[in-house]
Design a protein around this ligand. Sequence first.
Ligand code: ATP
Ligand code: MG
Length: 289
Amino acid sequence: MKPSPFVKPYCVTAGKGFRLKDFAPDDTAGLHSKEKAEELLRHGVTRLSELQEELYAQGRWSLLLIFQAMDAAGKDGTIKHVMSGVNPQGCEVVSFKVPSSQELDHDFLWRTTRRLPERGRIGIFNRSYYEETLVVRVHPELLARQKLPPPLVTKDIWKERFADINAFERYLSRNGVLIRKFFLQLSRKEQKKRFLARLDVPEKNWKFSLADAQERQHWPAYMAAYEDMIRHTATEHAPWYVVPADHKWFTRLVVAEAIIETLDSLRLGYPKVDEAKRKELAAARRTLD
Ligand code: ATP
Ligand code: MG
């Protein structure tokens, strides 16, 4: 498999020195045809379904895909399109919303840890523990609700959260969980356009709330939080992909190809049948005959 030209430019494996402004939300890596992108995506979806069958048959590795983005960046649509060929038995999508009071009674990795994918499966986190360094950082009142013992809440808390997340992801990767993280990077201008569409088109009204419009006012604080998050948590074993999100057709292609590259790198194939199993299959054939 030759590497996809749509993956490498957006993959960050070492966060040090990372700057968001080096990445353009409207980039398409020289691809200008939506039709071409959709054709490539169709091939990708087919390939992904084969790779998932192999992942499942092997039952060794699991794949954790994390999606983070500002509202209207297209997380839901990307997940829907990219995973459209995947067997639902081997895949679970989990959305993490404002934590419940039960969830707030636990450490911040508790609720996501419970939903990690089993061996052979793909787990998709639509938002994740990274919200703990994003929305919670932008809104200090959310941190206050977390019932942490006061001596533990110091100015170092974000640095500590990054360190804990890195340790956790290293631990998972050493246990066979492949981690790939996607930040769908939308421009503020395109977000406004999509919000207005949600107001104008009755079928899209349900997706919009006043809170979404208010959250937009914190845009610079969010971007600073995203940048700092990627600086501290992009690693070789759990890279961030900074995916341009102003063109949905391009976002979907980049995400699909990144997942395919990841699974391809495992060189999965189907499990080899050993001598004992071959005898068992021969006996099964005799029984059927
Ligand atoms: P989305 O916006 O992901 O498409 P949604 O609009 O269906 O989902 P929302 O009710 O907006 O659902 O739920 C997501 C909200 O939950 C976001 O505003 C997000 O910031 C918030 N959230 C997620 N995790 C946390 C957390 N750990 N602490 C506080 N808020 C969180
Ligand atoms: Mg929302």
